[in-house]
Design a protein around this ligand. Structure first.
Ligand code: ATP
Ligand code: ZN
Length: 300
């Protein structure tokens, strides 16, 4: 496991909004790691997988240059970099593997509450402050709007107050920052969440087996989040109705109950959350002794 060439490298954000959930995902895949003294690398102790802790903006480039095999980054950063690489003549710099369902936010316009611009129609000829100039420019072009895009690396929301811009386009999750700066949330131009990306080229054969295992485990972790194991006793006659009531259920396991010809035990994995209403409806069709358990691990 000491051979660098056979170790998988994954870039994640060093410290920020995506850090905890990204580390948690890898830990739930079974990875145990120790951090080096400079804290920039997490060395996998039980898998040939190392974690590189970097600024999120650097992650698409690290995957493009094959310094890392995988990266986890917000779609907003990914899209901005994709447009940049495209402009530089690299049409495919990385492959999107899957959306990871955390780090949700959206890129939206913010209009000063008492300003002259209150909709897309009013943007013509105006100044827009944003940290995502390429995404905004791309949007404006598609909408046929000509406006001046001004790049801000942070604190975009204060740009109108400073007289530097007429409107902003920035990431929003709750809208509290916009409201605190007397900005009204406008149109969304990108819905974002954490995305797993990988290199365009296939990994070397020495890494292939662990790459497959890692991706399967990530799938497993994603699936178990909502999955539940449901057990109940039920009349044989109600089996069809029960199958209809259970959300995203696999084929149930049906086990005879000792001395009860008319009743069976039913065990089933549901791939969606099971709500109280579902249990109440199951009871109505004759199920009893209902038990819902969280699923710890899953390998299809
Ligand atoms: P870095 O130092 O790594 O460059 P950063 O300041 O660019 O950090 P963070 O603020 O930690 O980045 O956000 C990282 C990512 O988290 C964003 O790019 C975005 O995908 C996601 N995110 C989720 N909610 C929000 C939010 N409310 N505001 C900003 N980003 C959010
Ligand atoms: Zn950043």
């Amino acid at each position: 496991m000491t051979d660098q060439g056979s170790r998988i490298k994954i870039a994640i954000q060093k410290s920020g909004r995506l850090t905890d959930r990204s580390l948690e995902l890898l830990e739930r895949c079974g990875l145990k790691y120790s951090r080096g003294r400079d804290q920039l690398i997490g060395f996998g102790e039980n898998m040939p997988v190392d974690i590189l802790l970097v600024r999120d903006d650097d992650i698409p480039g690290l995957v493009r240059d094959e310094v890392c095999d995988f990266g986890i980054v917000g779609l907003n950063v990914l899209e901005e970099r994709r447009l940049q690489f495209l402009a530089e003549g690299r049409d495919q710099a990385f492959r999107v593997v899957r959306a990871l369902d955390y780090g949700h936010c959206h890129l939206a316009f913010g209009y000063p509450e008492d300003g002259p611009v209150q909709s897309l129609a009013g943007l013509q000829g105006r100044r827009i402050a944003t940290s995502y100039p390429r995404i905004v420019q791309d949007f404006l072009q598609r909408e046929g709007i000509e406006a001046q895009v001004i790049e801000f690396s942070g604190a975009v929301e204060i740009a109108p107050g400073l007289g530097r811009a007429d409107v902003i386009c920035d990431l929003v999750s709750t809208g509290a920052t916009l409201a605190a700066n007397r900005l009204r949330e406008g149109e969304t131009i990108l819905e974002s969440q954490a995305i797993l990306i990988r290199t365009v080229r296939e990994v070397p054969a020495a890494k292939a087996e662990w790459v497959t295992r890692l991706l399967q485990r990530i799938d497993g972790v994603m699936q178990v989040r909502e999955s539940k194991y449901v057990m109940m006793n039920a009349p044989v006659s109600a089996l069809a109705e029960i199958a209809r009531l259970l959300p995203g259920a696999d084929a149930p396991t049906v086990i005879p109950l000792e001395g009860r010809g008319d009743k069976v035990a039913v065990h089933v994995v549901c791939r969606e959350n099971v709500f109280w209403e579902t249990l109440e409806n199951l009871k109505l069709v004759g199920a009893s002794s209902l038990l819902v358990l969280p699923v710890e691990k899953m390998l299809p």
